[in-house]
Design a protein around this ligand. Structure first.
Ligand SMILES: [Zn+2]
Length: 487
């Protein structure tokens, strides 16, 4: 949707390069005063969903304690706004919020939280003020996701913080990929014995995500990346400590699952069901599927690999469908490497895997990842669309590339966006990815202010009752780890 962007601040008088209040993602249309502030005493909520009032009371109390503004129920008539749209007006007497759903009210309050500041001139916070503002907002993309890796070294609070930030930036899906960290009851040997992705932690983070308006999607890899460890680390989260399960994996490093072994399908189907249950039966399950190697066991080599691959994906999709969910899958193995049409556009497949795609059930969502410099067009997107698949555009940390992919999605060449962090889920890349992903998934308007994310992470730290310096900011420590050596 091409919404006119109007984001301006008025009455800036200082000559010392003043910084006006702003909101991430930049709203479709907003006017915010940099100097005219009103006391933040009253929020009136006009929303047909009455649960929005309770949500507002609860979270304003969480954010502002005893100084929280009062919440007043306004009109409950239909607003005519879209399900995620909101309108926010800050006037002298009250803040007015208009939205059709609780989600719209959440988004209005997230915007409000980003521009409300403590009253000036006191030692401690004695009240809150908000700038005069008129905001109308509506997301450009209906699927706005972030892919988060739950690595062996990552602790639950880090995953929770990434999910909270995604919700605060109005993304509505977070894929959580287990890197050997999911603690399965079906197959306790499947991941590392000390993995922190326990069912209790999944359930705890899911309930936070539900409350904040973001849906969690579980992921395990059912083709390549079966080591559940970064290629460079050389570890295998299943086999290093459990050699008896080697027949389930291809002999070439255990990187691929053995697709011809019927036990593989049985196990992976059970794990998919177990994870979907653990995540409260979300609408999607991501099966990975990228960067697989060729077959290396005699049973796989002697069969038609395109048929084997197709049958495997169909079985995985059936396990996902059995729980009422849809399959998501990375795209690269579905394009033949040497096909000139895909040159430079990430094709890792063979003739067999590319042929397999043609038989895929069309309810599978293809996640097209591309991490390079911006391109005007991405030929695989119309190709997948022409075959009848829904697609998501999946950028990483090349911000020009992220914006170009998002533009393609906003122009209708993909059905949404799924940003990725991989092992850059900290520092400047974390800042740039979140800010630009959110901005691009909404209206791609105003320039992004990098400094904001640090304030926003601080607010999230307050929500999480953080008392550990390591858990603040974008790095664990002020100095790099090696600076502690040789002294
Ligand atoms: Zn095999």
């Amino acid at each position: 949707m091409a919404t006119a962007i109007l984001c301006m601040s008025f009455f800036l008088r200082s000559e010392a390069a003043p910084i006006a209040p702003s909101i991430t993602p930049a709203p479709a249309s907003c006017e915010i005063s940099a100097t005219e502030y009103f006391s933040f005493d009253l929020v009136r909520i006009n929303c047909p969903d009455k649960s929005a009032d309770d949500w507002a009371v609860k979270h304003l109390a969480e954010w502002y304690g005893s100084l929280a503004p009062k919440v007043k129920a306004g009109s409950t008539k239909k607003t005519g706004l879209g399900a995620e749209d909101y309108e926010l007006t800050v006037g002298k007497k009250a803040v007015e919020i208009k939205a059709e759903t609780l989600q719209g009210v959440r988004y209005a309050l997230y915007s409000l939280r980003q521009i409300a500041i403590p009253k000036r001139g006191t030692l401690k916070v004695e009240g809150w003020i908000v700038p005069k503002a008129v905001i109308k907002d509506s997301p450009a993309l209906s699927f706005r996701g972030i892919h988060i890796c739950w690595f062996h070294e990552r602790e639950p609070w880090e995953i929770e913080r990434l999910v909270r930030l995604a919700a605060y930036y109005k993304l509505n899906y977070a894929v959580i990929e287990s890197w050997g960290t999911f603690r399965s009851d079906v197959a306790p040997w499947f991941g590392w014995p000390d993995g922190t992705m326990t069912k209790a932690e999944i359930s705890r983070i899911k309930s936070i995500a539900d409350d904040l308006g973001i849906t969690l999607i579980p992921q395990i890899n059912v083709f390549g990346h079966a080591t559940m460890s970064r290629g460079g680390a050389g570890k295998h989260a299943s086999l290093d400590l459990n050699p008896e399960y080697q027949p389930l994996f291809e002999p070439d490093g255990g990187w691929n699952w053995c697709l011809s072994n019927p036990e593989t399908r049985k196990l992976l189907s059970s794990l998919i069901g177990e994870l979907l249950d653990a995540f409260g039966n979300p609408p999607y399950f991501h099966i990975g599927g990228d960067e697989a190697h060729g077959p290396s066991c005699p049973d796989c080599i002697s069969q038609s690999y395109s048929q084997l691959f197709l049958d495997h994906i169909k079985a995985m999709n059936a396990a996902v469908n059995a729980k009422g969910a849809r399959t998501m899958m990375w795209h690269d193995m579905l394009l033949q490497k040497n096909d000139p049409r895909w040159k430079g556009f990430k094709a890792n497949g063979t003739a067999e895997t590319a042929e397999g795609l043609l038989g895929f059930p069309r309810d599978i969502v293809l996640c097209y990842w591309f991490y390079g410099d911006p391109q005007e067009a991405y030929p695989p997107l119309p190709y997948f669309k022409g075959l009848g698949f829904k697609t998501l555009a999946c950028p990483w940390k090349n911000i020009g590339g992220l914006k170009a992919l998002a533009l393609n999605a906003r122009n209708g060449n993909a059905d949404g966006i799924l940003g990725t962090l991989w092992h850059h889920d900290f520092g400047g890349d974390l800042v740039d990815i979140y800010l630009n992903l959110a901005n691009s998934a909404w209206n791609a308007g105003a320039p992004v202010k990098r400094n904001q994310v640090k304030t926003h992470l601080r607010q999230i730290g307050w929500d999480m009752k953080n008392s550990d310096p390591k858990r603040a900011g974008i790095f664990h420590y002020d100095l790099p780890d090696e600076s502690f050596l040789n002294n």
